[in-house]
Design a protein around this ligand. Structure first.
Ligand code: NAP
Length: 512
């Protein structure tokens, strides 16, 4: 059995799309099990996903680093409780080094389409440069938050100053002494505002909806603790377990929309009252929806930054942008040098990142027109041998996404092993399994805080939640723990099909 190169490209056992946490995690697992015939295709020039791209000042994680890292690759050297962007990016580069993944990743390889060949039971991936590759299985680890959303505001293009989206930050843009307008008050905004406030001349913060903000309690991890973690890995493990249960215990508050949520809101309002003494400002930034409906934001320095004399919170709404600044609905005009768009990401209802064609020419974006759905967020009926990492309804509302990713890595490895060991050409999820799973999931979803009436990127335009897991993360782990082949239709391999050498482990060549 050999790998063949044909006009249409080479033949891989597994093609992974995306070199963020999910893609790198799967690559590590495959190598650890001696399954070397895979490649990771990454559209950019480095690993890291959102942690490579989001370099705005203050970018950091709001889940503690000991929990927001692979359980199999603990890092005793985390410098802060909540790691900053560059430290998390470096951690992923370290994983790539340690597990010798660089040679398995093809950078600047942007997938533009994926098509399943029913006859040979192989996926063909097409790339922006015209190349193509065939693979037995494809795993999309592309993440949901990678396309910046630009607001549809009249006149935005006419602004003569600098416009920057937080996810496309221009580090060469010096904000010192500038008049800066920030649009948005989500997770990105509350990190960038306190960071730039001390250096800018003025900061006009355009708030459409006041977020719930809770104390983060961030801080440096003393060197003696780092030494202890390095010497006593069990201690670090224990610390991770404690952090896991601390965060997991907030699930009923965030998800259930019940008396515990009201208690949480009380704590949030108390924190706000403590941090902001000015009643007018406090009134402006008081949230008016159920805690958890939008992402709960953690920050120690956001509210203090709002109280500084060079900051103004504007809540009248934006009427338009002109060449010199922003005009609010009340007619007032703020002259600005820079506009920062902290307006989030495009999370489309039909979530296929590019055209994906499954059985009988069906297109994933058509199947997902009224909202994406899968089985456990990983497999989709009609698309054999296609898996997602962090697909539909697997986003956590309260805890580390890495916990979900690791649950999925385990499931995907079992899926791939089954294909290999049983000599099966393709596994296609039964349609009724997908339907029953999603009916139950959406029924459970109806009672969650996320459906309590606020507008968020969690929901499609029709109000369907296709992003979050409506339960505890341990429930997801339990449900995804065992791979059950009976929920898939198997297609046997024929003798004429191209054979793939699963163990081929030499470094892949670059396609860029
Ligand atoms: P976001 O949560 O979607 O927030 C976007 C903000 O922009 C909201 O305040 C929104 O107001 C506002 N906005 C959008 N369009 C607007 C318009 N036309 N006019 C005025 N305001 C407008 O985006 P994000 O802050 O980038 O965060 C997105 C997600 O990324 C987070 O939920 C989180 O999952 C992730 N993230 C995580 C971290 C972390 O610490 N781990 C940090 C950053 C981001 P409305 O609320 O009224 O819609």
């Amino acid at each position: 059995m050999t790998t063949r190169r044909q006009d249409s490209g080479e033949l891989l056992e597994t093609a992974i799309i995306g070199a963020g946490f999910g893609g790198l995690g799967l690559a590590i697992k495959l190598l650890q099990e001696g399954q070397g015939n895979f490649a990771v295709f990454e559209k950019s020039g480095d690993v890291g996903g959102v942690w490579r791209d989001n370099i705005y000042p203050g970018a950091a994680c709001d889940v503690p680093s000991h929990l927001y890292s692979f359980s199999f690759e603990p890092n005793p050297e985390w410098s802060r409780t909540f790691g900053g962007q560059s430290e998390i990016h470096q951690y992923l580069q370290h994983c790539t080094d340690k597990y010798q993944l660089w040679g398995k990743i093809r950078f600047n390889a942007e997938v533009t389409a994926a098509k399943f060949d029913e006859q040979n039971h192989l996926w063909t991936l097409h790339f922006a440069d015209g190349e193509s590759v065939r693979a037995r299985t494809v795993v999309f680890a592309v993440g949901a938050l990678n396309v910046p959303a630009y607001p549809n505001i009249e006149g935005l293009d006419s602004f003569q100053g600098k416009i920057m989206h937080t996810a496309e930050w221009d580090s060469d843009c010096d904000l010192r002494g500038k008049r800066v307008g920030v649009i948005g008050t989500g997770a990105s905004a509350i990190q960038v505002v306190p960071e730039i406030q001390p250096v800018v001349e003025s900061l006009s913060l355009y708030q459409r909806t006041a977020p719930w903000v809770m104390p983060k309690r961030d801080g440096w991890i003393p060197p003696r603790w780092r030494k202890l973690y390095a010497r006593l890995p069990l201690l670090q493990k224990l610390h991770r377990i404690v952090q896991y249960w601390m965060f997991e215990s907030t699930a009923p508050v965030m998800i259930k929309n019940n008396w515990m949520t009201r208690m949480g809101e009380k704590l949030g309002r108390r924190y706000l009252t403590r941090m902001i003494k000015d009643p007018v400002l406090r009134e402006k930034v008081t949230p008016r929806y159920a805690l958890g409906c939008k992402r709960v934001l953690l920050s120690d320095d956001y509210y203090p930054a709002l109280t500084r004399p060079n900051v103004e919170v504007l809540t009248d709404g934006i009427a338009r942008v002109d060449e010199s600044g922003i005009v609010s609905r009340d007619g007032s005009h703020q002259a600005l040098d820079v506009i920062v768009l902290a307006t989030g990401f495009k999370v489309p209802a039909a979530g296929a990142p590019f055209p994906i064609e499954g059985l009988g020419g069906r297109l994933l974006n058509d199947d997902w027109r009224s909202g994406s759905e899968a089985y456990l967020g990983m497999t989709v009926s009609g698309y054999p041998n296609m898996l997602y990492i962090m697909g539909p309804n697997t986003g956590p509302g309260n805890i580390s996404v890495i916990f979900y990713i690791e649950s999925q890595l385990r499931y995907i490895m079992a899926y791939l092993k089954h294909l290999r060991q049983r000599n099966i050409a393709a596994l296609d999820l039964k349609a009724e399994v997908q339907r029953e799973f999603n009916d139950a999931l959406q029924a459970k979803m109806q009672n969650t805080t996320w459906m309590s009436g606020c507008d968020s990127w969690y929901l499609t335009e029709d109000g369907k939640n296709t992003t979050l897991w409506p339960g505890y993360s341990w429930q997801y782990r339990m449900q995804s723990k065992h791979f059950d082949p009976s929920i898939y239709r198997s297609r046997r391999r024929s003798m004429s099909e191209p054979q793939v050498n699963v163990e081929l482990g030499e470094p892949a060549t670059s396609s860029s």
